[in-house]
Design a protein around this ligand. Structure first.
Ligand SMILES: [Zn+2]
Length: 208
């Protein structure tokens, strides 16, 4: 219940700026709301576009995954004050909306990666976008930001004592082809592996 109240407070913030009113059904207003995902949202793999989507507070499993990722790399306080939501964005997104750090995770991704570790890897990547402040650092190009987030995820898995294969589980949903927003899968696998091999470099995004 506590989480629901916090999420609702965020919902009120959203309402001031980017959220369109949800449907008129009262239960919808309590359980979820619509957001417009802008093109500047940092996504896990697919190109972003403006899209309106209903989001709801994430299942507990996902909240625990984000907590585990944060503690693995000693990320505390505001840096891990992230609202994790589920919504059919066909992707995973890190968005900053009205100053609130939000991850929107499409639960269908879990079916595609096929494992708990795969889902956690995706969330670790999104936590990294927030930790690395990729929304605000215009000095980094898209590829650099994506590879930093992948390295962070790899480092997190090493700290949680997972094998490299578990860190790479998320890579099955990555596109082998490069795009303007995302590097090809082989580069991303290498970044995950680099983070896993040298977890002390997982948070270097803040020093570059
Ligand atoms: Zn990303």
């Amino acid at each position: 219940m506590k989480v629901s109240r916090i999420i609702w407070a965020v919902a009120l913030c959203f309402a001031a700026a980017v959220v369109q009113p949800s449907s008129s059904r009262a239960e919808d207003e309590e359980e979820g709301f619509e957001v417009v995902i802008g093109k500047d949202a940092k996504a896990f793999h697919l190109p972003r576009g403006n899209k309106r989507v209903k989001i709801v507070p994430a299942f507990e499993d996902y909240l625990f995954m984000v907590e585990d990722v944060c503690s693995s790399l000693s990320i505390k306080g505001d840096d891990c004050l992230i609202y994790t939501m589920n919504g059919e964005v066909s992707n995973a997104l890190a968005a900053v909306i009205e100053g609130n750090k939000v991850i929107i995770y499409d639960r269908r991704l879990s079916g595609l990666v096929g494992s708990y570790e795969g889902a956690m890897g995706i969330l670790a990547h999104e936590v990294a976008h927030h930790y690395c402040r990729h929304h605000f650092d215009v000095s980094k190009n898209n590829w650099q930001a994506e590879l930093e987030a992948d390295r962070f995820a790899g480092a997190s898995f090493k700290r949680m004592k997972y094998p490299l294969e578990a860190a790479l589980a998320m890579a099955v949903v990555l596109d082998e082809r490069p795009s303007t927003s995302h590097p090809p899968a082989d580069l991303r696998r290498k970044a995950i592996e680099a983070g896993w091999n040298k977890p002390e470099t997982g948070k270097m995004c803040r020093s570059t």
